[in-house]
Design a protein around this ligand. Structure first.
Ligand code: PEP
Ligand code: MN
Length: 347
């Protein structure tokens, strides 16, 4: 249930409510909005009616809403404002400004990262992506450079004022990845790896949660709920395409999911048209479409020489094509009242 407090309810009154919930073995999640504070309550109770009657008596309580949905704390109702996730370099997800993440599928070398980061920054990205731990379908395919790759990512990002988003595949690597990254990515294949979700839920670093290959929107939001309820509220959802029947695209980019999900959660949503299509020529048109339907940002695979990429070359943009993408989304962003990252040097 959600306890909505009157504006100007004091911290002492809020503490009384939280303490009483604690005594009943219920968990309280306090969200302070611009105007009012909301207390999200989770836990097991067999008598909701009594609970509602009891908490209605507390000073400062305006209304109490039971939430019948399976996801609660990430739901629209649970938070008065939309969540804005901020990275240390100033990149924001969910504000007026779009977040633009760009970089190779796999981190391959220091030189590859430096060249990509330089171009990403020059053309207007504010986050560097790249996998140091790769979730490959075959165990014989390139698995990533591990910590060496994380170092290249960090160095290249720092040199160009970018933040780092990178995937963590295994609970045992969470601490290591968190030392180098500004944002930890949970890949599509791990969306329901509940141990991993709990582990990143205990961090104080933002998480990019990709939608599972055949996950419903409700399952995706339940995965986000795992992270949220573990204590980490800085979650960005990423639509990256779902499995379909037509082999002409790698996945079916579900752009309907963007406004549909935004209506149900306060969390920001970005779109990955690279994995969402698997086809280089489709990345820019679908980036435009993603911005048009309200995405809070994009994550784009960019490689200095896609033909030689260790993974996902066919969907990777060259540095020049990334510049074209940034030019192509500018008028769409403007039309829907969004701005591009302010670090644009020369598009
Ligand atoms: C990636 O972004 O590198 C990746 C592997 O994506 P996904 O988990 O969406 O397949
Ligand atoms: Mn990839």
């Amino acid at each position: 249930m959600i306890i909505v407090l009157r504006p100007a309810t004091s911290d002492a009154e809020i503490a009384k409510i939280v303490d009483h919930l604690g005594a009943l073995r219920l968990q309280a999640h306090v969200s302070k909005g611009a105007e009012r504070t909301i207390v999200g309550v989770v836990g097991i109770t067999d008598d909701k009616e009594t609970l509602i009657a009891q908490f209605s008596q507390f000073d400062g309580v305006e209304t109490i809403m039971p939430i019948s949905k399976s996801f609660k704390l990430v739901s629209r109702e649970a938070r008065p404002d939309r969540t804005i996730v901020r990275l240390p370099n100033g990149a924001t997800f969910g504000g007026n400004e779009l977040a633009i993440c760009a970089g190779p599928c796999s981190v391959e070398s220091r030189e590859q990262l430096q060249a990509t980061a330089e171009a990403a920054r020059r053309y207007g990205a504010n986050v560097l992506r790249g996998g140091a731990f790769k979730p490959r379908t075959s165990p014989y395919a390139f698995q990533g450079l591990g910590e060496e790759g994380l170092r290249y990512l960090r160095d290249a990002a720092d040199r160009h004022g970018l933040a780092v988003v990178t995937e963590v595949l295994d609970v045992r690597d969470v601490e290591l990845v968190a030392r180098y990254a500004d944002m930890l990515q949970i890949g599509a294949r791990n969306m329901q790896n509940f141990g991993l979700l709990r582990a990143v839920g205990e961090l104080h670093q933002p998480v990019l949660l990709k939608r599972g290959i055949s996950a419903t929107i409700e399952e995706w939001l339940m995965a986000a709920e795992y992270i949220f309820v573990a204590g980490n509220h800085d979650i960005v959802l990423c639509e990256r395409g779902i499995r379909s029947f037509d082999p002409q695209t790698r996945n079916l980019l579900d752009l309907a999911a963007v406004p549909l999900t935004a209506a149900q959660t306060h969390l920001p949503i970005v779109v990955d048209p690279s994995h969402g299509t698997g086809v280089r020529q489709l990345v820019t048109p679908l980036s435009r479409a993603a911005v048009a339907v309200g995405a809070d940002g994009l994550i784009i695979e960019v490689h200095p020489n896609p033909a030689a990429a260790f993974s996902d070359g066919p969907q990777s943009l060259t540095l020049e094509l990334f510049a074209d993408l940034m030019r192509a989304i500018a008028p769409i962003a403007e039309a829907v009242g969004r701005t591009l990252p302010k670090n644009v040097i020369a598009v």
